[in-house]
Every structure is written in C-alpha cells, then in structure tokens.
Design a protein. Structure first.
Length: 370
C-alpha cells in the first residue's frame, strides 16, 4: 500500500522543503468520483466493530472515510457497480491501510520481525482458505480480513478472488521483505516496492468493479501484466517522493526510493528527487505506449481495466494532496473535488522524453511489449 502516516507524531511532521513536487498526467482528467453515501456509512460501521481502527470523532472520521473511499472506489467504480462489491472492497481498503500503518510500516516493525512474519503467514493462509473457521484465538486482523474475503467471495468469481489473493500475498510478503532490506540497490528496492504498494491488488479491485470478469488469456498476457506492474510502480515512486519527509519524521526505517537513490548514486536530496521524478515519468511514457497498443483490440472488460488504471494514477495524486493520512493539517489539505480542476496541482509537462527501458532487470522486460 501507499506509504503510511500514523496518528502519532502527525502534528510534528515538517513541510517538505521547497514547493511540493508536481506530476504530469497527459490524459483528460476524469470526472469527480462518487461513492454512495450508504456504502460509505456501512464501511464506517464495519470499522467500528474492530478495536484496532483509530477512533476519530465526528468530522475527522467523515473526512478520513470520505477521502479513502472517494480516491479508491470513486475512481474504480461506476454507478452500475454492485454496492455489495463496493462495500467489500471498501472494508478491505480500510483493513489494508491499517495493516500498513500499524504493522508493516510501524516504527517498531524491525524489532518485531518474528511476530509480523507469523501474522502475515496466518493472514495469507486465511486469504486462500475459503472454508477457514474463525476461532476465539484468532488475531483481530485475521478475523477482519476473513470477514472481508467472505463478503467478496459471495459476489465475485473464483478467478477474481484468486487474482486478489495472489496480489495480497505479494503485498504482504513484500512488506516483510522490506523489513530485511539493508542498503538495497535501486533494482532490488523497486522489485519489492512494486508489490509492497499493492501489486495486482488494485487491478483486481478495478476488475471487480467493472462490467465483467477478464478472461485468463487476456489478464495473463505479458503486455497486460506489464501495464499493471508499470502503473503500480509509477504510483509507488510518486508516493515515495511525496511521503519521504513524514516517513523519516515518524521514525520509519524501511527504505524509500529517494534515499535509495541518494545512497546508490552519492547524490543530494534534490538530485535524488529529480532522478525519482524522471523514473516516474519514464514509467508514464511506457504506460501511454502500452495503453495505446492494448486499447484498440481490447474487449470491454479489459478496456475498463486499462481506463481505470489511468484513473488510479490520478487518484494517487489526489490522495497525496487531500487525505488526512498524508496531510495532518487541515490548512494544508485540498478539497478532493478541487484537485483535477486545479492546474497548479499538476506539472505542465514530463521531465523527460526518454522512451527507452529503465536500466533495471526487474522492469526492463516491460518495454518488450510496447
């Protein structure tokens, strides 16, 4: 998932030096997203049944809920999407964010590796066990994700569930791997980060919100998988740039692409940010080429996925600017509906025209499918 911000220490997070980084989005901005009010309320009620979710009173709870659901579900779904599917995905998003905040990216996570590995092992088993029976001894995180999976199994196909659980396994195990990364190379870091942020989880949620399941031969096509991975890594790099300072202020010790670039290349913070933005923009150029190749011959379910992956890129920028999770001070937080119509939120152009593959074995094969 996206790099986290816990309640502890939020008020002490300094502003990032200089102006906030801006990112270029080359396609027409999508419409303002919408999530049915009853679904949002039901997700909030579901959260209230578990003690591990922070208790945010009144307007703060509404603000937090509205941002998370709007930038994910609002960008992934349409008015035709099943409310039951929206509810299940909304609950899973909230669960995944708290796992990210309080387990995988918590400041004391490195000292709890054994405990975290055991928890992740149990969670992944439950994800892949449709007949799992919850007991009174199960960890509350396990109980919650079991409930969410039961919701989604009742609404989605077995193939869609298998794609989701595969993506969640990659997410969780990559989060554990990050705890053990000691001065990773750029390639080592990106290979883990593309899965740690969500891997194919986001693509699976988009497919569940779409008009119909995507056939296996289309989902597993190398060009489609390259597009999914390219999109998630693009979002991960953008998120690393936006969240660098608050991660360090919170005491997180897991690596960030900016710090990896500084260490690997011996460059300044400003140079590392510029290099990270160039990496993000080269991924954007690849995204555009892959989309151009795939869209004309794609059937409606795959067309929906390709289009909504673009919306996912927009939603990530919206979250960086609007969500309390990333912006602790209301004074510095934009209204969600203002982002897509505010040119100052976006860079006027890409930082590079280089369409060649990035020099990383983990990603270079993507360019073979343009």
């Amino acid at each position: 998932m996206s790099s986290s911000t816990t309640e502890v220490g939020r008020s002490g997070i300094p502003a990032q030096p200089g102006s906030a980084p801006r990112f270029y989005y080359p396609s027409p901005m999508p419409e303002i997203p919408h999530v049915p009010a009853d679904v949002a309320a039901q997700v909030q009620a579901w959260k209230g049944t578990y003690d591990f979710f922070p208790r945010e009173p009144g307007p703060a709870a509404q603000q937090s809920r509205g941002n998370v659901l709007a930038w994910c579900l609002g960008r992934f779904s349409t008015q035709e999407t099943s409310k039951a599917v929206l509810h299940g995905i909304g609950c899973m998003i909230e669960w995944a964010l708290i796992i990210d905040d309080e387990v995988l990216d918590h400041a004391d996570a490195p000292s709890r590796r054994g405990e975290i590995i055991r928890l992740v092992g149990r969670i992944t088993h439950v994800l892949e066990s449709p007949g799992y029976r919850v007991t009174g001894n199960d960890n509350p995180y396990v109980v919650a994700v079991h409930d969410v999976m039961e919701q989604l199994r009742a609404e989605c196909t077995p193939t869609q569930i298998a794609r989701l659980t595969t993506g969640l396994r990659c997410l969780l195990t990559s989060g554990v791997h990050k705890l053990h990364l000691d001065e990773p190379t750029e390639d080592e870091y990106l290979a883990v980060r593309m899965h740690d942020i969500g891997s194919s989880v986001y693509a699976s949620w988009i497919e569940m919100c779409g008009p119909a399941p995507i056939p296996d031969e289309e989902w597993n096509a190398p060009a489609v998988q390259a597009l999914i991975m390219c999109t998630t890594l693009l979002v991960a790099v953008e998120n690393d740039i936006a969240s660098y300072h608050k991660e360090k202020t919170e005491g997180q010790t897991s690596p960030n692409f900016v710090s990896v670039l500084q260490a690997a290349r011996g460059i300044s913070f400003e140079q590392a940010v510029a290099a990270a933005i160039e990496t993000r923009d080269r991924l954007m150029l690849l995204f555009l080429r892959l989309r151009e190749r795939l869209m004309p011959s794609a059937e409606p379910p795959l067309q929906y996925l390709i289009e909504r992956l673009g919306h996912f890129i927009v939603s990530n920028t919206e979250a960086n600017l609007c969500a309390p999770r990333y912006n602790p001070s209301p004074a510095g937080r934009m209204a969600l509906e203002d982002v897509v119509k505010t040119p100052a939120c976006w860079a006027p152009s890409l930082s590079t025209t280089n369409t060649g593959p990035l020099p990383y074995p983990s990603t270079s094969w993507w360019w073979d499918h343009c």
